[in-house]
Write a protein that binds this ligand. Sequence first.
Ligand SMILES: [Ca+2]
Length: 348
Amino acid sequence: MKRKLKVIIDTDPGVDDVAALIFALNEPQLDIQLLTVSSGNVHMNKTVRNVCHILDIFNKDIPVIQGYENRLGTNDEYAYHIHGPEGFGWYEPPATTVRQPLNVDCADALYEIFKKNPKEITFVILGPHTNFAYLLRKHPDVVKYIKNVVMMGGSIDGIKCNRHHRSFNIRTDAPAFKYTVDSHAKVTMCPSKIGRDYVYFTEEQIKELGQMNDIGKFMEMFFQTYWEPGYEEKIIANCDIAAIVYLTHPKLFKTKRAFVEVDTEVNVGATLGHFDRKGNFTVIKSVNRNQFQDVVFERIKELSELEITDKTFWRNMIRGVVDPNKPAEETPAPEKKRKKKSETTTKE
Ligand SMILES: [Ca+2]
């Protein structure tokens, strides 16, 4: 059997992080050592709760550590308008979770685990680089212990609808990303445009997911706030999933070396780069869309047999995909089949 890939995932869920975690947690090729949580798409109290809730849903005991709320830069932007009030789209997460974060310092814990597993662990960054910057600041020699960094974010050549796009993960803490750029770590960048312009879901595909199984319906529910602004057709950007699929299916992706820099002063968060064989980063340039979609849909199909016992998950499933912003009388009644389930799964 192929040796598992050891990873630590730094994440800020955020609906595309939730999608990425569904994949990562159920990917047999990945050995997730630790989940560290950043503040980004929504505030830290929500990103931590969301990570713990996903672990509760999939019944996975992976340690969770809360990172640093204070960004290095002055940007105080969040993205509630697209991730929903709880960072979970139309899905309603619980107020409290069974699994809880460990009460330890994030940088110290990361340093220890990388040091204990020299050159064995890939650090996957799905949000702003705040936590990595704190780690590099406190323990600069950690770089020699890290196998590589795979990050979602950055926008060297823009996105289809905006050539000058500044990626959320970079602009929200540009000085933190500067630490990554200057770290001499081996970095692979999965830019914004990969999720938006190559491996996005169409509206039809989101409906298809919703009819596939409960996990597909879960995705349909939390993606409802995530329709990409600025695009003519309705699309869901698959940004964070792209970075996870890259870990296990690198052959679907074309990459090029580039010198990457970040503007921390004028156009803060702009990632600048030129392609050069001697560059400091590996940058993903394109993906085979059809093969990527096959991998994603196949994985979700495989999750049909999963036994989920989490009460909040079932409460949402029973309610179905309902717009929470519409007045109650306008919302359709739940289907009969779902109603039946409620009698057996929501004893609280
Ligand atoms: Ca993210």
